[in-house]
Design a protein around this ligand. Structure first.
Ligand SMILES: [Fe+2]
Ligand SMILES: [Fe+2]
Length: 494
């Protein structure tokens, strides 16, 4: 009897919900003049769709009733499945049996009026598969707390459980992935970041939840300082936007510059994977990030070393000293800073101005090292070091400025220079800066063929050349900052 009573209890339902559901169906169906048989059929169909079974137990008579759904869920039929507690318990997966028994016992001994819920595994009677079921029941008690009736539903939730398991595995994989991962909704607002993202970017999800992922991107100025042109930056942003907004493209992979909460710049290789609905509307983006900052820095060091090596090769072909080359780089950097050019510009001119005479590698020693004044013909040959330099450096990525300096550093502001005889603003700014820096340093330096001039004599000669040889704006800048130029010259003396 106890067994039956326990079983009774384990088989109850969602009574109120089911009642309401039935009432709602009846009301609706009365309006539609559907027969009672049809209503029952509909209910059965709904039950089938929901993998649902319901049951009731009268605790006084120990009479149990359960629907076809219960048989279906357990994979049993009338002949093999008597509506009693042991029938159910025998179907429970052995590892979950104690849990089911304990929960049922406990619920009977309590006085709670709230529904009980439990989820456990069963072994399906037909397929032998392990299935997950969810059971919810209420115990209706008398005023002494003695159970009178138990009503419940049971549902096969294997599919849900499998999805949850998959989700949980996926979540674990993302959470503890070795690279930072960020997930946004369809409008680009952050909905999730993983552990590694938190570690590297110093944000936690509370800081970022609901905010635009764009806030993690470095400012445009950072892109420009790191070698992107205005045009390249715009093209990059457009490319991403097109990929995300076009239902046919979908994913995007490329380099992005990002910043952490503390403002540290991180160079990344980002893979943006988009998830879309049936109409191809963007629902979510999963952004996986590889930190390539160290590689970028190493590349930059290698790049700079290569340029310095080339510059030192050029020095050896020439009478100029290495410190002359370095000082020119520093003068150009100094002028560029005073002109408030972008950081990449001043960094590049510092690096490339020392390459201005690289074209001298193409001039024979006879002319280059002649211990006498050059003939007119020889001087014309000498002049070609500008075009030779330009030809060596042109069309090479990231060497555009080096090429324009090499090609134009002998042009004069009034158009009387070479090789092209261009004037004023037609001469690239970098070459105008390099010209004044080169002459300033040469005048102040001692050469085998001349003595060094004083700072004052140098300034006078350059002032004299304002608007003729030199850009007058740069001459003014030199005069205003002559102390700064003087310090660079003295600190970097041969
Ligand atoms: Fe030159
Ligand atoms: Fe020079």
């Amino acid at each position: 009897m106890t067994v039956l009573r326990l079983f009774t209890v384990s088989i109850i339902c969602h009574a109120e919900k089911v009642k309401l559901l039935i009432e709602a169906i009846i009301v609706t169906n009365v309006k539609k003049s559907i027969s009672y048989t049809e209503m029952i059929e509909n209910l059965k169909r709904d039950e089938l769709l929901a993998h649902l079974g319901s049951w009731e137990l009268n605790c006084t008579t120990d009479e149990i009733y359960w629907t076809d759904g219960v048989y279906r869920i357990f994979g049993k039929d009338l002949s093999s499945f008597n509506p009693e507690y042991m029938s159910v318990l025998n179907c429970v997966y052995p590892g979950d049996r104690n849990f089911v028994e304990d929960t049922v016992k406990k619920s009977l001994n309590e006085k709670s009026v709230f529904p009980y819920e439990l989820k456990y595994r069963i072994i399906h009677g037909i397929t032998g598969q392990i299935r997950w079921v969810f059971q919810k029941y209420v115990i209706i008690r008398d005023s002494y707390g003695i159970p009178l009736e138990v009503k419940g539903i049971i549902q096969d939730v294997t599919d849900n459980e499998n999805i949850l398991n998959e989700y949980s595995k996926f979540f674990q994989a993302v959470r503890f992935a070795n690279n930072p991962i960020l997930i946004t909704d369809g409008s680009g607002r952050i909905s999730y970041i993983n552990q590694n993202f938190e570690n590297i970017y110093k944000y936690d999800l509370n800081n970022l939840y609901g905010r635009k992922a764009l806030l993690l991107s470095a400012d445009k100025s950072v892109y420009l300082d790191n070698g992107y042109s205005e045009q390249e930056y715009r093209a990059l942003m457009k490319e991403i936007s097109v990929a995300l907004n076009s239902g046919t493209l979908g994913n995007w992979e490329g380099e992005l510059i990002t910043r952490t909460k503390e403002g540290r710049i991180i160079f990344t290789l980002a893979l943006i994977h988009t998830l879309r609905d049936m109409d191809k509307n963007l629902q979510s983006c999963v952004v996986s990030i590889i930190d390539i900052t160290r590689e970028r820095q190493q590349e930059e060091h290698v790049r700079i070393d290569i340029y310095k090596t080339i510059a030192s090769l050029a020095e050896h072909r020439d009478n100029e000293t290495g410190t002359h080359m370095k000082r020119i780089g520093e003068f150009c950097y100094y002028i560029s800073k005073k002109l408030k050019t972008p950081k990449w510009y001043s960094d590049d001119i510092r690096l490339f101005a020392p390459l201005h005479d690289i074209g001298k590698v193409g001039i024979s020693d006879e002319i280059l090292k002649a211990p006498r004044s050059l003939t007119a013909k020889e001087f014309n040959t000498m002049k070609t070091h500008t075009s030779i330099g330009y030809d060596i450096l042109k069309d090479r990525t990231k060497l555009e400025m080096a090429a324009e300096i090499a090609g134009n550093h002998h042009e004069k502001y009034d158009g009387t220079g070479y090789p092209a005889g261009i004037s004023a603003e037609s001469i690239p700014l970098s070459a105008r800066i390099c010209a004044i820096a080169d002459v300033y340093d040469s005048l102040r330096s001692k050469r085998c063929y001349k003595e060094a001039l004083s700072e004052e004599e140098t300034i006078n000669i350059i002032t004299e050349g304002s608007g003729k040889h030199f850009d007058p704006q740069l001459v003014d800048l030199l005069i205003e900052n002559r102390g700064g130029f003087d310090s660079i010259f003295k600190n970097m003396r041969d």
